[in-house]
Structure formats: structure tokens, C-alpha cells
Ligand binder design. Structure first.
Ligand code: GLN
Length: 489
């Protein structure tokens, strides 16, 4: 059952070959057995998950089902879930039990999915390795001495190790796609505004977007069908007609199904910066796409080289504002001893936040300050516009942009932890997408030295269904995405 697609699991549940309780117990048992070496989960609550599974079995018996009814799903600990501890990977929220559900969580609840547990993450989603978590790092199931990527590293490790059939993540600068690449998963960041941010603890509000982490594009489509949709409680949520993101996946197979597809190859993705072994796999994937009928178009995204710099102004600026709410007054951590109110704020924030979060707050406060706002923040916003314009021009010449997701395979735990700039460069290929608000995916495209690599596909606004189909076509003729790390089958 652990290698089944979500659609096959749904069928097994519908035909009563397995119950949701049995399925949920199977995954809980795997978590109990295998998670101690991975640390992919922050919170698991067996009784609560099994109670949800029993309720799902009743729905299944009544025939009141949706595609995910009875399927256990792991959620990044950034999503508030009612009566569940929701820590966002921080000491600041270590004791926080959410009084309400994020919209993403309530959509899964309405669908009858089972909440399998809350997964580990970089503190407040700041990081590319899951090492900044207050709960300790997560290990990559492909090599336990390596990082799973981040910030959604717990979700990625959990799905890769078959501790969950699928999971949610969030992506502000690459945090779904990069861990997907490093753990051999399919992951999608949708167009900004397609998935509600309500109840998703905010990092950089103009960049944050939730999406699925799963084993295949087809699984991602089913998850996105559940997650996406207008939400009046999120002012940046887009009011669009509902769509079936799996609708293009079933088109006729064989022949040259992607004939006429124009794949744009930006020179900025194929120059220096990417390790040669990863680049070899990307080139092989391009050859595969040509076999499927696609043609390639050389192009340029001239301002992409400025994306990491612009991001590390804009994201910290927004974070410094968003994280002002953690002051020890209303919820979360409060310093045990202090002199007066100001001292309470200072000690609470000094003790409650980790080093990376403090670094971002300091940078953000600095770039927004009176003397520097024009020089840094406004300038970064101008670059953001240029990057979006670069993509607009690219999509006049091609249908999808292709490149690597991450410049390397999984690096060693501790290898970049002391060097923030090296860590920030993990996202050189992903961050421009967030600045432009575009949808993008990472899918498995092979192994280098036994470690998985990811292929990135970037689409124009609202082309999620098309992107999923382009990924799905590749997965019909390759089996990289079916590979499972040793010891986890
Ligand atoms: N690695 C990037 C950062 O640290 C992106 C994180 C994310 O997408 N949440 O900000």
C-alpha cells in the first residue's frame, strides 16, 4: 500500500480493501519505527488521528466520499490546526495550541482526509535545510548525514521515507521545490493567491504560498484540488472559477503527446553555479522531453541574477513586520523573569527566536528604516518588477521554462549552517519564481552519487494544470519518481 498512488489508495478505501483506520495505523506504526532517526515530525497524536480515521470510515461506509476521504496527510507545522500544537519550528510557539484551523487544514478536514501529524521545518520557514528548527534538524532518508532541504524538510522527508502518502508545504523562496528535489519528490508552488494563506503562519506575506509535496505529479494534482480555492478570509486570495487540476492528466498516451510544446531554456539556468552532475541529469531530461515531441527555445531572464539579493531585502522586511506579533503578551513563549514591560518584550524575543530569525528581523528592520528605505527596499521592489517582466517576455517565446531546481544534491548536515550566504544560494533557481508570483514544480530527474536531483518546470500564471500534465508525461516514461530510499520500502 505504501507505494500506491493517492488515486489507488482512494480506490482501495472505496472498495473496502482497506479501512482508513488500518491505513492510518500503518503509517503511524512506520512513524513510530522510522521517525526516531529522521525527526520528520514535530507532533504525532495517534488517538486523535485514529479518531479522524474512524470518522472517515463512517463517511466511506455512507458513500459520502471525496477523492482524499480516509487518506492520512502530514502537514507542515506552519499550518494552524485546531487543538493541535502548532510550533512553526520555533521555541516562540513551542507551547502554542491553535484555537482554529488554517483554511488549508479545514479543506482537508472537509474532504475527510486524516491529519497524520505536524512536520518539522526551519524556524518560521527561514532556511533551506531544516537545521534552524527548534526541534533539531531532520535527516534526509536518502542519506542520514545529509539535509532534506528546507524549509519544508520534515514534510519532504516524511513522504520520501513513506511515513505519509503525501504532505503539505509552503514555499516563500523555494521551500517546497528544493526539499522535493533533495528528497526525490514532486512538489508544486502554485500561482500566488491560488491557495489561501489564512491560518498559515506568515513569513513574507507577498511571497508565501502553500502547495503539495507528493511522489508524483498526479498525486500533486489531487492535493491541489483540495487545497486551492477562493477564501474571503485572505485578502490576497484570488476569486477564480474552480478548476480540476487533474483534468489534463488523462489525455491519450503514446506517440508524441507534447508535440508543439515550447520549452524555454534560460541561459541563466545553464551557466555556472550548477554542479555538473546535476546539469547532466537536467540535459538528459531535456532529451526525454524532445522525445515526447517538445521543442526547446533558448532565452534569457537577464535580471534573474539579482533575485537572491532582492529577495533578501523584501523577505526580511516583511518578516520583521510579521514577527512583531510575537511579544510574549498574547500567546506563545514569555520570558520567565523580567523587570518591566519593555524588558519582557526584549527578553521574550531574545530567548524565543533563534539566530537566523533574529538575523532576518535585524535586516528587515534596517532596510525599512527611514535612512535606507529608498536605497534597499524600494530598489528591491524595482528589481522584483524587472524579474516579473523578464518572465512575461519569456512566456511570449515559450510555454514552460525548464531548469534545475537546486544547484546541488543534498548537502551534509552542518555543511552550510555556519555560512548564511552559502545557504541562501541554495535557492538561486527558485526565488525568482516567488518574486514574480508564478507557479512552478520540481520533479525527480535522476540520481548523482546515489542522491536525487530535481527538474524545475515554471509556468505562466494559472497554468498549474498544464504544468502538472507536462510533469506527468515525463513520469509516464521515466521511473525516477518511483525510487524509494533503502531501508524505507
Ligand atoms: N530558503 C529561503 C529562505 O530561507 C526560502 C524559504 C522558504 O521558501 N520558506 O528564506
Amino acid at each position: 500500500m505504501i507505494e500506491h498512488s493517492l488515486a489507488d489508495i482512494a480506490q482501495a478505501l472505496a472498495s473496502r480493501r482497506i479501512s482508513s483506520v488500518e491505513l492510518t495505523a500503518l503509517y503511524l506504526d512506520r512513524i513510530g519505527r522510522l521517525d526516531p532517526q529522521l525527526n520528520a515530525f514535530i507532533t504525532v497524536d495517534r488517538e486523535r488521528s485514529l479518531a479522524q480515521a474512524r470518522a472517515a470510515d463512517e463517511r466511506l461506509a455512507r458513500g459520502d466520499t471525496q477523492p482524499l476521504t480516509g487518506i492520512p496527510i502530514a502537514h507542515k507545522d506552519i499550518f494552524c490546526a485546531k487543538d493541535w500544537r502548532t510550533t512553526c519550528g520555533s521555541k516562540m510557539l513551542d507551547n502554542f495550541v491553535s484555537p482554529y484551523d488554517a483554511t488549508v487544514i479545514s479543506r482537508f478536514q472537509q474532504a475527510g482526509a486524516v491529519l497524520l501529524g505536524k512536520t518539522n521545518m526551519d524556524e518560521f520557514a527561514m532556511g533551506s535545510s531544516t537545521e534552524t528548527s527548534f526541534h533539531g534538524p531532520t535527516a534526509n532518508p536518502w542519506a542520514l548525514d545529509r539535509v532534506p532541504g528546507g524549509s519544508s524538510g520534515g514534510s519532504a522527508a516524511a513522504v520520501a521515507a513513506r511515513l505519509a502518502p503525501a504532505a503539505t508545504g509552503t514555499d516563500t523562496g523555494g521551500s517546497i521545490r528544493q526539499p522535493a528535489a533533495l528528497c526525490n519528490l514532486s512538489g508544486m508552488k502554485p500561482t500566488y493567491g491560488v491557495v489561501s494563506r489564512y491560518g498559515m503562519i506568515a513569513f513574507a506575506s507577498s511571497l508565501d504560498q502553500a502547495g503539495p509535496l507528493a511522489r508524483s505529479a498526479a498525486d500533486c494534482a489531487l492535493l491541489l484540488n483540495c487545497m486551492a480555492g477562493f477564501d474571503e478570509r485572505d485578502s490576497t486570495s484570488l476569486d477564480r472559477p474552480r478548476e480540476d487540476f487533474a483534468r489534463e492528466l488523462t489525455a491519450a498516451a503514446g506517440g508524441r503527446p507534447l508535440a508543439g510544446l515550447r520549452i524555454g531554456l534560460p541561459e541563466q539556468f545553464f551557466g555556472e553555479g550548477c554542479s555538473p552532475d546535476v546539469m547532466q541529469l537536467i540535459e538528459a531530461a531535456i532529451a526525454e522531453y524532445r522525445q515526447l515531441g517538445a521543442e526547446t527555445v533558448p532565452l534569457s531572464l537577464p535580471n534573474m541574477g539579482l533575485s537572491v539579493a532582492a529577495y533578501y531585502v523584501i523577505a526580511p522586511a516583511e518578516a520583521s513586520s510579521n514577527l512583531a506579533r510575537f511579544d510574549g503578551v498574547r500567546y506563545g513563549y514569555r520570558a520567565p523573569a523580567y523587570d518591566d514591560l519593555t524588558d519582557m518584550y526584549c527578553k521574550t524575543r531574545a530567548q524565543g527566536f533563534g539566530a537566523e530569525v533574529k538575523r532576518r528581523i535585524l535586516i528587515g528592520t534596517y532596510v525599512l528604516s527611514h535612512g535606507y528605505y529608498d536605497a534597499y527596499y524600494l530598489q528591491a521592489q524595482r528589481i522584483r518588477r524587472l524579474i516579473a517582466d523578464d518572465f512575461a517576455e519569456a512566456f511570449r517565446q515559450c510555454d514552460v521554462v525548464l531548469g534545475p531546481t537546486s544547484p546541488s544534491t543534498a548537502f551534509r548536515l552542518g555543511e552550510k549552517a555556519a555560512d548564511p550566504v552559502q545557504m541562501y544560494l541554495s535557492d538561486i533557481y527558485t526565488i525568482a519564481v516567488n518574486l514574480a508570483g508564478l507557479p512552478a514544480m520540481s520533479i525527480p530527474c535522476g540520481f548523482a552519487g546515489g542522491l536525487p536531483a530535481g527538474l524545475q518546470l515554471i509556468g505562466n500564471y494559472f497554468t498549474e494544470a498544464r504544468l502538472l500534465d507536462i510533469a506527468h508525461r515525463y513520469q509516464q516514461v521515466t521511473d525516477w519518481h518511483r525510487q524509494c530510499p533503502a531501508g524505507h520500502a
